[in-house]
Design a protein around this ligand. Structure first.
Ligand SMILES: Nc1ncnc2c1ncn2[C@@H]1O[C@H](COP(=O)(O)OP(=O)(O)OP(=O)(O)O)[C@@H](O)[C@H]1O
Ligand SMILES: [Mg+2]
Length: 216
C-alpha cells in the first residue's frame, strides 16, 4: 500500500530524516514511536504528501506521488489519504455530519450519497445521535471520532494519524484505539499512527521507533 525509500529531510543544518525506508501492506496498522523532536511528525507529513522530502521516493497505492505536480498531488491526497491530528481541526461552524462530508464535496461527490455514507460512518463510530451537533457541543473523544469519520469519507488508501489520542483521557483513548483496530479488521483499513501511547504501540501490527533519523 505504501513504500517509502531513502527519505531524507533537513531543516538548515539539522538533518531530521537520514534515509528512512518503510513498507506497509494493506490492512496493517503500524505505529511510530520516538522521542520528542525525533522527526516523527516530519516523516508523517512527508508520507502524507503534505511536505516534500529533500530526497527519496514514495509510492502510495501504486502511484509515485512526488512525480505529481502540486495540483494533481492535492487531488490525489484528498482522494487517497486521510488525516487525524492531535487536535481535531473540525470546522466550528459546521455540524459533525457536515464536517465529515466536506472532503467528499471537495472531491465532487454527490450530496445525497455522501450524506448517506457519512451517517453510516458516524453510526459505525457510535455517533449517530451526535450528527447535528457542532464540535463545541461534543466531547473530546467524540470530536476525535468525527475526525476519524472525516478521514474515512473518501475511502482513502491509507490513514495517517499524529498522536490522535494525545489530547484524550485514558477511557476516550482506549475507545478511539479500539475503533481504529476495528476499522482495520472490518475494512482492512491501513493506518500509520505516530503515538506516545505505549499500549497502542504494543497492540499494533508493528511498532517502529524513530531514532537518529531512521526507523527501526
Ligand atoms: N519547519 C521546520 N523548520 C525548522 N525546523 C523544524 C521544522 N519542523 C520541524 N523542525 C525540527 O525538526 C525536528 C523534528 O521535529 P518533529 O516535529 O518531526 O518531531 P516529533 O518527533 O514529531 O516530536 P514530538 O513528539 O514533540 O511531536 C525538531 O528538532 C524540530 O524542531
Ligand atoms: Mg510530532
Amino acid at each position: 500500500m505504501i513504500r517509502a525509500t531513502n527519505i531524507t529531510k533537513s531543516f538548515g543544518d539539522l538533518q531530521v530524516l537520514r534515509g528512512v525506508n518503510l513498507y506497509v501492506e494493506k490492512g496493517e496498522l503500524v505505529s511510530i514511536v520516538g522521542k520528542s523532536g525525533a522527526g516523527k511528525s516530519t516523516l508523517l507529513y512527508i508520507l502524507g504528501t503534505l511536505a516534500r522530502p529533500d530526497g527519496g521516493d514514495l509510492v502510495i497505492d501504486g502511484k509515485n506521488v512526488f512525480t505529481l505536480r502540486d495540483r494533481q498531488l492535492a487531488a490525489f491526497r484528498n482522494e487517497q489519504i486521510g488525516f487525524v491530528f492531535q487536535f481535531h481541526h473540525l470546522l466550528p461552524e459546521f455540524t459533525a455530519l457536515e464536517n465529515v462530508c466536506i472532503p467528499a464535496y471537495i472531491n465532487k461527490q454527490e450530496v445525497a450519497s455522501t450524506q448517506r455514507r457519512a451517517m453510516e460512518l458516524l453510526d459505525y463510530l457510535g455517533l449517530a445521535d451526535r450528527a447535528t451537533h457542532k464540535p463545541n457541543q461534543l466531547s473530546g473523544g467524540e470530536q476525535q471520532r468525527v475526525a476519524v469519520a472525516r478521514a474515512l469519507i473518501n475511502q482513502p488508501a491509507i490513514v495517517f494519524a499524529d498522536e490522535p489520542s494525545g489530547n484524550l483521557d485514558s477511557a476516550s483513548s482506549e475507545e478511539l484505539h479500539r475503533l481504529l483496530f476495528k476499522l482495520r479488521d472490518d475494512f482492512a483499513q491501513t493506518f500509520i499512527i505516530v503515538t506516545h501511547n505505549e499500549e497502542l504501540a504494543g497492540l499494533s501490527d508493528r511498532r517502529l521507533e524513530m531514532i537518529d533519523g531512521l526507523l527501526n
